[in-house]
Write a protein that binds this ligand. Structure first.
Ligand SMILES: C[S@@+](CC[C@H](N)C(=O)[O-])C[C@H]1O[C@@H](n2cnc3c(N)ncnc32)[C@H](O)[C@@H]1O
Length: 277
């Protein structure tokens, strides 16, 4: 009797595949209506991986071109004017390559801290609108210390965890893994998401808030494996790194994909709860 109740509870818990465990425990009862249901792992993808790759490459080549342009000493004065530096420059690159800009700002929800907004352009449905940065832990790897009081630990469908906290021990772990994995002159990940001005402007997905009964989700999470043909010189813009150097699998990233057209001024809302049948 006890065993059967326990196994029913266990199977119900296992079907809650995401996303932020402390949030689920505290808020599930308030937000039952906002559950997202998918009928299997393969059905959790809104757009094919190739499309995500193409979106990322479009932005990253643009950022890379701008970087080379800034370091070149043979620019005309016009080129120099084109090549503005810092935050304005990366957002310009985003607008030109993807057709929209996103920014972190105070959320429209009370007591929800920071959120992410579309600030310029229009995001079409199915676009890769943000990335969830952080250290990647395989399901069997220890994350206890880093996960204490950490609302940024994201759980993938297969149990892989992404620690997107840009402070404290999480920040130190990311920096150290990123330095460890560089290949000679090539950086294979980007640490600038740990600052206020990420080099890759998509890398703010960890600040997207949960939808509510009033504000429905306009983006969803999608797991993405970086393909082996991803150019080495563009990996420096990827905001993820493996915790363990021994991980043999392709690098896991999590992207946020738009569920509908989103206009400038709208805040992004995801769904922290997904049930996999
Ligand atoms: C992954 S973080 C999102 C970023 C967070 N807004 C911040 O400023 O750090 C998750 C935390 O955001 C807050 N949050 C997310 N969605 C919310 C909502 N709909 N209402 C209130 N707080 C929310 C909760 O504190 C939650 O633990």
């Amino acid at each position: 009797m006890f065993k059967s109740v326990l196994s029913r509870v266990q199977s119900k818990w296992k079907s809650y595949r995401h996303r932020f465990v402390p949030w689920i425990v505290l808020n599930l009862s308030k937000n039952e209506k906002t559950l997202r249901k998918v009928s299997g792992r393969s059905h959790d993808k809104l757009v094919p991986d190739d499309e995500v790759t193409n979106n990322l490459l479009r932005l990253f080549w643009f950022l890379h071109g701008r970087k080379s342009c800034q370091t070149s000493s043979v620019l005309s004065s016009n080129d120099h004017e084109e090549c503005r530096t810092g935050e304005a420059c990366v957002h310009d690159a985003m607008l030109r390559s993807l057709g929209f800009c996103i920014h972190r700002m105070p959320s429209t929800l009370p007591f929800a801290g920071t959120g992410v907004f579309v600030t310029r352009g229009v995001v079409p449905k199915g676009a890769t609108i943000a990335m969830y940065p952080g250290t990647i832990y395989q399901a069997y790897e220890p994350i206890l210390l880093q996960s204490i009081c950490n609302p940024f630990v994201f759980r993938c469908i297969d149990g892989v965890l992404v620690d997107g906290n840009d402070k404290g021990i999480s920040k130190m772990v990311f920096r150290s893994c990123s330095a460890r994995d560089r290949l000679g002159p090539f950086l294979t990940s980007d640490t600038s998401w740990l600052t206020a001005n990420p080099l890759n402007p998509l890398a703010v997905g960890q600040y997207v808030n949960n939808c509510s009964n009033e504000k429905s989700a306009n983006v969803c999470y999608q797991e993405y494996e970086v393909p082996s043909h991803f150019p080495l010189e563009l990996r420096q813009y990827l905001p993820n790194v493996n915790y363990s150097q021994e991980t043999q699998k392709p690098l896991r990233c999590v992207v946020l994909v738009s569920l509908r057209e989103i206009e400038a001024g709208e805040e992004l809302f995801s769904n922290y709860f997904t049930i996999v049948h």
